[in-house]
Design a protein around this ligand. Structure first.
Ligand code: TPP
Length: 910
């Protein structure tokens, strides 16, 4: 050990002597270095002074590293004056040797590799303190990428993005803060006690968003997509989106007078004012840019993936083969709550999407609106980490903390964040540390639970007041300017309010609501495709480039797809790819994602092939000669909520595209229940927002246990109303083909839930012929063509795979008086087709609804009244299926088989 240390000492003293190593240090200060010894001297022989110097420089370097790594612990981030915890590593006196001022003056800055100005450690130390422990602070040293770390250190220490504002910019900033504060104060005065979720304490957020938007426009962006919860949302709507004051005041008036109630989508419920989305156009020096605030449910952070999906859709050129993504054209901005960010799992799920091929938006800006409280819960009870932002460290993201009462520093934080994004296409987090001036909302009393904090806040001048004082002292504004500024804001609000009042009684224009969905496809949607086109697409889908080696086993399976067009046996995977391909040549883009979706969980799809020799991927469907639209296909990460939310966002922003998400097994979709409940099924009613998002939910009662059987059909049926979604369980490949095409081509867009099968993927009886694709359309009800209508006394109606269990059972041949039919579309319920089916059996005595699910699950409870409504007098309706159960199916295959047999026998036995 000792010998090694000696060598180090020797080489360091040699370094000290090297010419040019101390260029910026006056020779008087320069320590006299001994000539480099030819051989390493023993420790005893080395001059003690050099050893001290060596150790001092090492300590100085460690001190610099400590500032970079832990400087944030000493930063003045809390506007309420909370003392930073500090860190002993930042104290030069606690270093070994003590870095006294005298010693500090001996250590040249050059060898420390810092970018702050100064010649010695004594000069740079205060600068480092100001940079890393001022009203901004940085966490960057956890980042694994060396280039990013070095870049960040350089720009942070050289303050490249820390602009000092000119007088005009300062006045503009003060004006903005005056508007922000004036708006909140006016609302509170005019609508005492109504919820506004005031921004006060985090007012800087609005000019920060202004800055991000302006920078995005400068970089050539044409869209900024924002997602945020309640806090400060009205202020953002008014000032960032430019929604006229009147429209927001109308919402407040609507709470006390029906006269002013804003129009909801026809027949919809509407939503509270702090959930509504909006779109605005901002003029910037670089031109106009669209700003979209995504509609948002109460469920905190649920909007995060939606924002990402919307942004990705904006960035994607769907006229290219694979959907070329240009992340400079749109920026995603997610505003988080400090309690929600570390605690809601969807945040982590969404962060995990950031760098994935199928999901990246080239870096999102995250702004934690950190008011140091979550409702009444304090950080100590809200998270196990020091900062709200710590989760982001695991994703290697830079984190900028900034004191919300230093608005200029807050703008600098945005400039740095945007520069980082531009350079590295990576997410950045800004933790804006402020406070909450009032209770959680305007009906709460903060002093009940946080008496000390509330008392402290009462003493705290607002950021506008503080900034106005600074600008007064700097001579940038006069007292008269300040008075005029406030008066201007107040007058604008009063005038808007007066104008609004004059419109009361005139009615409010209704929000347009899209047409109702026809239960059947209707004449205008042609889903059949010509034989010629299908043949040529089929050939192209089976073609691979010269030299590409398809796995031999797979090649045999794929070859069957060639023969299937002539011999029949078009299976699910083939019908699906033909449907997609036919859409692409008609100019309809398709995006398909899900867990292991490229191959298909059940190895039935194989849209992406992998060269057996070199592993390279090739997707024939992305290379169709006549395709004029993109086909995006991606295996998703193992997330349901973020992935489904993302696709919802994408589908809303790309209404022309068929966007499909596939669950691994349909049952797992309930991991995304928030996305289903809060966006997919209710978005139309709440916000007038819908899409043609398609959920593929593979499942099957096949003895694989309660988590692989049902896909929870009942959940979707319970949520279906006012024709908000479509729910289908189709039983042939051709039905699936027509369904997909209808979903893409139907002029009235709605989300579609497809209860896709597992067992039917390869079942011969479920396969189709070419004629089924060239001639027919999707049929919501499939009758029983083999039945003798006049003999039928019982109609067994079912949905999905159980049909084949019934149709193929040994009892079926003996049950002449029984017809077995299929309800392929469960919602909207095909009233006319069902009534026609029932009427086609004149001797009918009973209808049995046969399902595999327990009686409290599946379709029964949702469609029972529909089944009854069309029954002729005297015809009974009966349920056959599993009894009421707390879990969807048996865990043991033998128990499953027994139960399955019982259901089929009961349904078929007269
Ligand atoms: C998923 C979810 N759980 C609970 C709530 C109820 N809730 C509304 S706001 C809030 C506190 C949020 O605190 P924070 O994230 O810090 O945002 P702030 O309100 O302080 O701006 C809670 C618990 C909710 N809206 N969503």
């Amino acid at each position: 050990m000792r010998a090694r240390r000696d060598v180090v000492v020797a080489s360091f003293t040699a370094l000290l002597a090297a010419p040019g190593l101390w260029p910026s240090v006056a020779s008087a200060q320069r320590p006299a270095a001994p000539p480099a010894p030819a051989q390493a001297p023993s420790a005893e022989a080395a001059p003690a002074r050099d050893e001290t110097l060596f150790a001092a420089v090492a300590a100085a370097m460690a001190l610099v590293t400590a500032y970079r790594t832990h400087g944030h612990l000493a930063a003045r981030l809390d506007p309420l004056g909370g003392e930073p915890v500090g860190d002993p590593a930042l104290d030069p006196e606690r270093r070994e040797p003590k870095l006294t001022e005298e010693l500090q003056r001996l250590i040249p800055a050059d060898i420390l590799g810092v970018h702050v100005p100064g010649e010695t450690l004594a000069d740079v130390l205060p600068q480092l303190h100001q940079v890393y422990s001022g009203t901004s602070a940085y966490e960057i040293e956890h980042i694994a990428d060396h280039e990013q770390r070095v870049w960040l250190r350089t720009v942070i220490e050289s303050r490249r993005y820390h602009h000092t504002l000119g007088a005009d910019d300062k006045r503009r900033l003060l004006e903005r803060l005056t508007e922000v504060e004036g708006f909140e104060r006016y609302l509170r005065r005019a609508f005492l006690g109504q919820k506004q979720f005031s921004i006060e304490g985090l007012d800087a957020m609005v000019p920060m968003l202004d800055e991000a938007i302006a920078l995005s426009a400068e970089e050539g962006g044409h869209e900024v997509v924002l997602g945020m919860a309640h806090r400060g949302r009205l202020n953002v709507l008014a000032h960032v989106l430019g929604r006229p004051y009147e429209t927001i005041l109308r919402e407040f008036e609507g709470e006390r007078t029906l006269e002013a109630v804003a129009a909801d989508p026809e027949g919809g419920t509407g939503d509270v004012k702090y959930h509504l989305g909006a779109e605005g156009t901002r003029k910037t020096s670089a031109g106009e840019i669209t700003v979209t605030l995504a509609s948002n449910p109460s469920h905190l952070e649920a909007v995060d993936p939606v924002v990402e999906g919307r942004t990705r859709a904006e960035q994607t050129d769907r006229a290219t083969r694979t959907g070329y993504v240009d992340s400079s054209v749109a920026l995603a901005v997610q505003i988080h709550g400090d309690a929600a960010f570390p605690a809601q799992g969807v945040v982590a799920e969404t962060l995990n999407l950031a760098d994935l091929n199928g999901y990246s938006t080239g870096g999102s800006l995250h702004l934690i609106a950190n008011n140091q409280i979550g409702f009444t819960t304090e950080p100590a009870d809200a998270r196990s980490t020091r900062y709200s932002s710590d989760l982001a460290k695991g994703f290697d993201l830079p984190i900028i903390h900034v004191n919300a009462d230093d608005p200029e520093a807050a703008l600098s934080a945005v400039r740095l964040a945007m520069a980082f994004r531009r350079r590295f296409c990576t997410d950045v987090v800004i933790d804006l540390v402020g406070y909450r001036r009032h209770g959680h909302n305007e009906q709460d009393e903060a002093a009940y639970t946080q008496p000390l904090m509330a008392a402290r806040i009462e003493q705290q001048p607002s950021v506008r007041e503080q900034y106005a004082k600074t600008l007064l002292e700097e001579g940038v504004v006069s007292q008269e300017d300040l008075t005029a500024m406030s008066a201007r804001v107040d007058t604008a609000l009063k005038e808007a309010h007066e104008r609004l009042k004059t419109t009361f009684g005139q009615g409010v224009p209704a929000v347009a609501y899209e047409g109702r969905i026809p239960a059947s496809t209707g004449a205008e949607v042609v889903t059949a495709v010509s034989e010629e086109r299908l043949r040529s697409l089929n050939d192209e889908l089976l073609a691979v480039p010269e030299g590409f080696t398809v796995n031999a086993k797979l090649a045999k399976q794929l070859e069957r797809r060639r023969a299937a067009l002539d011999q029949g046996g078009i299976d699910w995977g083939q019908a699906e790819e033909l449907a997609f391909a036919s859409l692409l040549v008609e100019g309809i883009p398709v995006r398909l994602t899900g867990q292991d979706t490229e191959r298909g969980t059940f190895s039935h799809r194989h849209l992406v092939l992998h060269d057996a020799e070199n592993g390279q991927a090739y997707a024939p469907i992305q290379n169709l000669d006549d395709a004029t639209a993109s086909f995006e296909i991606h295996n998703s990460p193992l997330s349901e909520e973020a992935c489904l939310g993302f696709e919802y966002g994408y589908s809303v922003a790309a209404p022309e595209a068929l966007v499909a998400w596939e669950a691994q097994f349909g049952d797992f979709v309930n991991g995304a229940q928030v996305a289903v409940d809060q966006f997919i099924v209710s978005g139309l009613s709440k916000w007038g927002q819908t899409s043609r998002l398609t959920l593929l939910l593979p499942h099957g009662y096949e003895g694989n246990g309660p988590e692989h059987s049902s896909a929870r059909l009942e959940r979707f049926l319970q949520l279906a109303a006012q024709e908000n979604i479509r729910i289908v369980n189709c039983t042939t490949a051709a039905q699936y083909f027509h369904l997909l095409r209808r979903q893409a081509l139907d002029p009235s867009a709605r989300p579609l839930v497809v209860m896709t099968p597992k067992g039917l993927l390869r079942l011969k009886q479920a396969a189709s012929t070419l004629a089924d694709l060239t001639e027919r359309a999707f049929l919501p009800v499939l009758g029983d063509p083999g039945a003798d209508s006049s003999a039928v006394r019982r109609l067994v109606l079912c949905a999905g795979k159980v049909y084949y269990d019934l149709a193929g059972h040994e009892l079926r041949g003996q049950a002449n008086a029984v017809a077995v039919a299929r309800l392929e579309q469960l919602y909207p319920f095909p009233v006319v087709s069902y009534a026609g089916l029932v009427r086609s059996f004149p001797q009918l005595e009973e209808v049995i609804w046969a399902q595999e699910e327990p009686q409290n699950m599946g379709a029964w409870r949702a469609i029972r009244h529909r089944l009854e409504e069309s029954l002729p007098n005297g015809v009974r309706l009966r349920f056959v299926g599993r009894p009421w159960r707390a879990s969807p199916s048996e865990g043991y295959p033998t128990a499953h088989l027994k139960e399955q047999e019982r259901i089929v026998r009961e349904a078929l036995t007269l």
